[in-house]
Design a protein around this ligand. Structure first.
Ligand SMILES: NC(=O)c1ccc[n+]([C@@H]2O[C@H](COP(=O)([O-])OP(=O)(O)OC[C@H]3O[C@@H](n4cnc5c(N)ncnc54)[C@H](OP(=O)(O)O)[C@@H]3O)[C@@H](O)[C@H]2O)c1
Length: 341
């Protein structure tokens, strides 16, 4: 077994966040590295890079969701790329790099009894690609648009959170499939990326101006498919402009993740009746059968130069909680990652 450090640094959930998540909701704890007593089938991994997802905020709350809450005092659950440093499982040899749902600590023992199992990262794929453009966010965009949203050539597609990890890939997939795409993002620079880098036909800066008014001008015949990452007023504006037989895919609702009391609304749901429109939420984990084909298509687009991507890589273990907080403002500049070493 290669040499491992003696100390396992961890960031644990110190308390349940109330409203806006804060750095003080997390605590540093150092413990011994959990070696060498691996049981048959287990692996020991060393975290190389952490990926941050807005959904982690929901896992910090008490109560049922699509995943159990993170326990107080436990290392925070999150996606990461890691190196296998010891293995009693032939599928995951020592030295291999894996991507999966691990936690905010240097070393973890992965028992491989639950699902989903870690994914082996191919040698020609970097950790930032594995967690970013070929990771869960991009797969979410692919599955959400195609399997849930029934994306068709010629659709007018609206994407909110469009400059983020999921949104930027959703914009490009819709364009690659022959749709007309309008993206919503915060600030002039991110709106420039949408049009210049990701190929959106138009961009709306929700921080400057009225989204519903801009939609009326940009989509006079309505939105056929709305891929919503934001919820709240953005969702309401999309509903107001949904086309007849339009589809709304609820991917995320980041504008409300830090609310103490959920905001009421949307106030215009009856518009779905008049427009014979449908609205449906989804979770990527229910669509794992589509993941291999989606990943293969994303990889082919990436290698052919047809898929562009931004990663925002912060540095160092100490910065993990502060990096997570970047998701809930306009601070993050693409897929939010952190290099541990
Ligand atoms: N359903 C699923 O299976 C699934 C899987 C993965 C992710 N998701 C959801 O997809 C959404 C996007 O995730 P991501 O990983 O791509 O994150 P992301 O968009 O890369 O990161 C967060 C971005 O959200 C925007 N934002 C933050 N607070 C906001 C607010 N109050 N109002 C409007 N925009 C706000 C900011 O962009 P601006 O600068 O543009 O404001 C920020 O940069 C999230 O809601 C996430 O929960 C769902």
């Amino acid at each position: 077994m290669p040499a491992v450090d003696r100390i396992n640094r961890q960031w644990v959930l110190a308390r349940r966040p109330i409203g806006q998540v804060r750095v003080e909701d997390f605590a540093r704890r150092d413990g011994p590295v959990p070696v060498p007593d691996l049981a048959a089938g287990e692996i020991l991994i060393r975290t190389l890079m952490i990926g941050f997802d807005p959904a982690q905020r929901g896992w910090m709350d008490e109560g049922a969701s699509y995943m159990p809450p993170i326990a107080i005092g436990e290392p925070v659950r999150g996606s990461a790329a890691a190196r296998v440093v010891a293995s009693r499982n032939p599928v995951y040899p020592e030295g291999a790099v894996v991507r999966g749902l691990f936690s905010w600590q240097d070393y973890s023992v992965v028992a491989l009894r639950g699902e989903p199992a870690p994914v082996l990262v191919a040698p020609d794929v970097t950790p930032e690609e594995a967690l970013g453009v070929l990771g869960g966010a991009s797969l979410t965009a692919h599955v959400g648009l195609n399997q849930v949203g029934g994306l068709r050539a010629g659709d007018t597609v609206l994407v909110s959170g469009a400059a983020g990890a999921v949104g930027s890939v959703a914009v490009q997939i819709a364009r690659l499939r022959g749709a007309r795409v309008i993206g919503i993002a915060g600030g002039a620079e991110k709106c420039r990326w949408l049009v210049k880098d990701y190929g959106a036909d138009a961009a709306i800066d929700y921080r400057n101006g009225d989204v519903a008014e801009r939609l009326a001008a940009l989509a006079p015949n309505g939105i056929d498919l709305f891929f919503d990452n934001v919820g709240g007023e953005t969702l309401e504006a999309g509903i107001a402009h949904i086309a007849r037989f339009g589809r709304i895919v609820l991917c995320g609702a980041i504008s409300g993740y830090n609310d103490v009391t959920p905001a009421p609304g949307p106030r215009n749901l009856s518009r779905l009746i008049a427009q014979r429109a449908e609205m449906r939420g989804f979770i990527l984990l229910d669509h794992m059968d589509h993941v291999p084909a989606a990943r293969a298509e994303l990889t082919a687009w990436l290698r052919a130069g047809q898929l562009r991507y931004r990663v925002d890589i912060q540095q160092g273990f100490e910065a993990i909680p502060a990096t997570f907080l970047r998701l809930f403002s306009s601070a993050s500049q693409g897929k939010q990652l952190l290099r541990v070493e």
